[in-house]
Write a protein that binds this ligand. Structure first.
Ligand SMILES: Cc1cc2nc3c(=O)[nH]c(=O)nc-3n(C[C@H](O)[C@H](O)[C@H](O)COP(=O)(O)OP(=O)(O)OC[C@H]3O[C@@H](n4cnc5c(N)ncnc54)[C@H](O)[C@@H]3O)c2cc1C
Length: 416
């Protein structure tokens, strides 16, 4: 059994710690924060095998260029000559081909199904009560151009073994009788699920603490001590920690941490915002994506509704642009005309940084330069959905047991 140090206390780091502890390893998780907030908290809560199309698609590149001119638009890349952004941007554009999007579908679906299976199994563990519900997910659309594309998506989803249907407006409205919807129709991904991420994270932390995992807070990883082909110590702003194996799961900061062990993983932070109505007077039975607005709406836990969206590719030091949330609320009003959600004060708004790989597939695997370092990061828009599955795959690598699925498409240094 090994002494494993996991860097990062988001859903990826905690899920990895969960499976490693269960396999009998001695596990520490180090975080530069205090484990109470990161991208894994305020997200939309989707566990979504339906998301088999990665972020980098031919359409997004051109839409992104157009949207950059609108400060309330859902997608924004701050133009800059920053080397990391330019490098990421070139790789992103090269990845946005139909061929690569097609090739990503099977690996994304496989890891999502694995992950969903694992989350389901967690619901029966003592101490876990994170409002997991499998009610499906709507992609609600308003335009004829998307309607044409929807039929194709349904066919592709069926080929991937997903339970999916195309709904007319009347069929959709019948499933949400308490809320008036403006739409042409929706894709209904019946096998998707959702959960309350804040509760999941809390339950995981409690479980790990109770089972002897060391949670080390306010310790930023600054460097590694190395001996030959191995990392021997993780050096933080607080202390140095011995390690037999290191897992880099530092979310949007993983590129910088991986660079400390000579591994290049193109990655940019993709900032998104959310706001949550507690005790909502509005009623929705299902989570939905408002397609043309690129907004996620999730009824979660008891009587809460969370609205989330925007993808701002900006450095983490850039000041938040809260007026983007007005764009989210405007889209909500276009689809749900009876929803009157005023712009709240900024202390009620949440934002987080998605770790965006250059092709939308995560980086999961060993690095080349050191024998005992694993990267698990870059999950972009899907870190929650793929979290439990990623944790399981990390533990399989360290246990040297066969992987549950083919992980070669997630090779860490695939961009060379
Ligand atoms: C608005 C919004 C909605 C979303 N909705 C969904 C959804 O519905 N479903 C889904 O699957 N995904 C969703 N996502 C994406 C998802 O939230 C992320 O992919 C996921 O949370 C990333 O998890 P992570 O563990 O990699 O990173 P994080 O949760 O960011 O955790 C990384 C941790 O590493 C720590 N760290 C960083 N650097 C260091 C260092 N040097 N030393 C020590 N610690 C360090 C950080 O402090 C942080 O706590 C959404 C994201 C946003 C913004």
């Amino acid at each position: 059994m090994k002494n494993v140090v996991v860097i990062g206390g988001g859903i990826i780091g905690l899920s990895s710690a969960f499976y490693l502890q269960r396999s009998g390893h001695s596990v520490s998780v180090i975080d530069k924060g205090d484990f109470s907030d990161n991208c894994s908290y305020g997200n939309a809560g989707y566990i979504c095998p339906s998301h088999f199309i990665p972020l980098a698609t031919p359409g997004i590149v051109w839409k992104g260029l157009k949207w950059m001119l609108n400060s309330r638009s859902p997608f924004y890349v701050r133009p800059s000559l920053n080397r990391d952004l330019v490098d990421w941007g070139i790789k992103f554009i090269k990845s946005a081909t139909n061929k690569k999007v097609e090739a990503a579908a099977i690996p994304l679906t496989e890891i999502a199904k694995l992950s969903q299976h694992e989350y389901k199994s967690w619901t029966s563990l003592p101490g876990f009560d994170f409002s997991y519900e499998q009610k499906g997910l709507f992609e609600i659309f308003q335009t004829h151009s998307f309607a044409a594309h929807a039929a194709e998506t349904v066919t592709k989803a069926k080929e991937l073994g997903l339970d999916v249907a195309l709904l007319s407006y009347d069929e959709l409205q019948r499933m949400e009788p308490q809320t008036k919807i403006n739409a042409l129709g929706a894709i209904f991904f019946k096998s998707d699920a959702h959960l309350y991420p804040n509760k999941l994270m809390k339950d995981l932390l409690t479980h790990l603490r109770t089972n002897g995992v060391q949670l080390i807070s306010n310790a930023e990883v600054k460097a590694f001590e190395k001996g030959g082909k191995s990392v021997t110590k993780v050096i933080t702003s607080k202390n140095a920690y011995d390690a037999e194996v290191v897992v880099i799961a530092a979310g949007a900061w993983s590129r910088d941490v991986a660079a400390m062990v000579n591994a290049k993983i193109p990655m940019m932070p993709g900032r998104g915002y959310s706001l949550t109505l507690e005790n909502s007077v509005y009623q929705l039975n299902h989570p939905s994506i408002l397609v043309e607005g690129r907004v996620a709406v999730t009824p979660m836990d008891k009587n809460k509704i969370r609205f989330g969206g925007t993808m701002e590719v900006v450095p983490v030091s850039a000041a938040p642009r809260y007026h983007r949330v007005e764009g989210i609320l405007n889209s909500v009003k276009k689809f749900f005309p009876e929803f009157n959600v005023p712009m709240p004060s900024t202390d009620k708004l949440w934002f987080g940084y998605r770790p965006c790989s250059a092709d939308g597939l995560p980086y999961i695997g060993r690095i080349k330069s050191y024998d005992n370092v694993i990267v698990a990061s870059g999950h972009s828009m899907l870190g929650l959905s793929l979290g439990a599955g990623t944790g399981k795959l990390v533990s399989e690598m360290i246990n040297e047991t066969p992987a549950s699925i083919n992980i070669s498409p997630f090779a860490v240094e695939r961009f060379g």
